[in-house]
Design a protein around this ligand. Structure first.
Ligand code: F6P
Length: 381
């Protein structure tokens, strides 16, 4: 049956969103369906309701063949980061009047189904709207934080791990040239996946993630300094520390620049340790710390082949589900295969975790990657 489907990207952008859009359009076209791209997440429905856009403005055709000259035919969309549809991190969907307008905008499009590409926050918000508006919803997980529950992987995470790993590689040489302790602040909201995986792959000496180090404490600072002292005695005069943005300060409060905060604390404690006249710590008095915040660099770059494959697989599964009219599902990647999870199980879990201020899918503190890091001699708190 011919179908009209919509797709939107919501929440913070990440590499691989365009690869999902590209694959959705391709798979849907094979079925002879029409695809409508909703600009700026649910905001697009508001604009439809206000008559700023008409349905036909939003029709997505096959992309990527409109380059000039000999480049014509290059199917470029899947390689581009960002989202051609735009994305929205903050919406007013809690406001009843606005929610009603969004639902009206959706109805104006007369869609058979909607594919929402989002992280945990967006999935929760759009699911609630879908319940109110009786939308046929399929959700695809994306986020550099990799904290969407019930999926081993979200689109964008692999590329971000590569980005941070490559930054650690670059920082290694300047750190080594000056015998410095480099502290790198990594994104991830309340989850430490990005910090842990890039820390291991990038050769970090210390990895601090909220699941193992909820906050910086005197004992942790002593141990960090002890670890740096040990490294220096073994001949490695520099050190690389990665810290997830979700780790809190000594008062248990989130800092915008937790890496900078940690650098100041290490400077202070290392000096104090030296004053205790313990010879092994005296070397530390000369250490220099520098903090780097990688920021939104982590959300850019050409998506890796892994993220593009994931994007294509998620898109194909989403189209299959719509063809079967099996709605209200989250498409997931689990144990090396595509699967689905009902949103009426996923969303209550997300809500519960948000209420508790924890990641809906945190790093397993006893998991194999944590064990691997410890076996490599990395200090994790
Ligand atoms: O959820 C993705 C993410 O990049 C987080 O890692 C980070 O805390 C947040 O979004 C940054 O949000 P914004 O782009 O609104 O500054």
């Amino acid at each position: 049956m011919n179908k009209r489907i919509g797709i939107l990207t919501s929440g913070g952008d990440c590499p691989g969103l365009n690869a999902i859009i590209h694959a959705v359009v391709k798979c849907a076209s094979q079925q002879g369906w029409q695809v409508y791209g909703i600009p700026y997440g649910t905001e697009g429905f508001l604009k439809l309701e206000q008559g700023i856009w008409q349905a036909e403005d939003l029709r997505l055709q096959e992309y990527g063949y409109n380059l000039p000259g000999l480049l014509q035919g290059i199917d470029i969309l899947q390689f581009l980061s960002g989202s051609i549809l735009g994305s929205l991190s903050k919406g007013n969907t809690g406001d009843k009047a606005i929610a009603e307008k969004i639902i009206q905008g959706y109805q104006n499009l007369q869609l058979d189904a909607l594919i929402a590409v989002g992280g945990d926050g967006s999935i929760k918000i759009i699911y609630d709207l879908a319940q109110q508006g009786q939308w046929n919803l399929i959700a695809i997980p994306k986020t550099i934080d990799n904290d969407v529950p019930f999926t081993d992987r979200a689109v964008g995470f692999d590329t971000a791990v590569d980005k941070v790993t490559s930054a650690l590689y670059d920082l290694t040489f300047t750190a080594a040239s000056h015998d410095r302790t480099m502290i790198v602040q990594v994104m991830g909201r309340n989850a430490g996946h990005l910090t842990l995986q890039s820390g291991i792959a990038g050769g970090a000496d210390i990895i601090l993630i909220p699941e193992l180090t909820p906050q910086i404490e005197p004992n942790l600072l002593n141990n960090n300094c002890g670890h740096i002292a040990q490294l220096r005695q073994s001949g490695r005069k520099f050190a690389l520390i990665v810290i997830a943005e979700g780790v809190k300060n000594q008062a248990g409060v989130k800092e915008k620049y937790i890496g900078d905060y940690l650098a100041q604390q290490i400077d202070k404690i290392s000096h104090q340790l030296c004053l205790t006249n313990k010879p092994k710590f005296c070397d530390l008095d000369q250490i220099e710390t520098r903090a780097t915040v990688l920021g939104h660099m982590q959300r850019s770059g050409t998506p890796t082949s892994y993220d593009r494959l994931l994007a294509a697989s998620f898109a194909k599964k989403a189209i299959d589900l719509i063809a079967e009219e099996n709605y209200n599902q989250l498409v997931v990647w689990h144990n090396g295969a595509i699967a689905t999870q009902p949103l009426d199980k996923v969303v209550p879990h997300i809500k519960q975790c948000h209420d508790q201020g924890v990641a809906p899918s945190p790093v397993n503190p006893k998991g194999f990657l944590v064990q691997t890091a410890r076996s490599l001699g990395i200090y994790l708190g």
